[in-house]
Design a protein around this ligand. Structure first.
Ligand SMILES: [Zn+2]
Length: 186
């Protein structure tokens, strides 16, 4: 749980510091709103995302499973501005260690709802799936646009950062990686 009172005080101070009047009508409720919002977008700090993988199906399936275009919303830890885009998560389960498709998105969300770096987010998802499911392999790709690059600084609207993390057979086999990439692009 976040300390909402502390966030409210801090937001009020930021408003004062930029030369605003925190008591004018439009801003009066802002510190409380921001505090509630931070509670939501940083709620991943209070959870262990790997726990979403505790429930497994003993399905006889050891072919590639890919969930693509999962919407990702996170916050860059350098500027506290959003970055957002899509994640593609592929894994090859060991027989008996199959998880629900929605659980993969839950794992991603648990890590995304924290101050993050896109690179770290990508690896954390891959490592949690390795630990949780002991699969033959995992590949995670995230494509995201960073507000800290588009609304300030170098201002490159539309540019996307692409990060990937490969584990197990995806690391060893170029053919397996190529198969996953072809499915993502199709
Ligand atoms: Zn940033």
């Amino acid at each position: 749980m976040v300390d909402t009172e502390k966030i409210e005080t801090a937001v009020k101070m930021i408003l004062e510091a930029i030369g605003e009047d925190p008591d004018r009508e439009g801003l009066r409720e802002t510190p409380a709103r921001v505090a509630r919002m931070y509670g939501e977008i940083f709620s991943g700090l209070g959870e262990e995302p790997q726990n979403h993988l505790l429930k497994m199906f003993s399905e006889e399936h050891d072919e590639m499973v890919l969930v693509k275009d999962i919407p990702v919303y996170s916050v860059c830890e350098h500027h506290l501005l959003p970055f957002y885009g899509v994640a593609h998560i592929a894994y090859i389960p060991k027989t008996g260690n199959v998880t629900g498709l929605s659980k993969l998105a839950r794992v991603m969300e648990g890590f995304a709802r924290r101050p993050q770096l896109q690179e770290r987010l990508t690896s954390q998802i891959a490592d949690a799936i390795v630990k949780g499911l002991s699969p033959h392999g995992v590949m995670v790709i995230i494509e995201a646009e960073h507000m800290c690059l588009t609304m300030r600084g170098i201002r490159k609207p539309g540019s996307r950062a692409v990060t990937s993390a490969v584990r197990g057979v995806f690391e060893r086999s170029e053919a397996t990686r190529a198969e996953a990439l072809a499915l993502i692009k199709s």
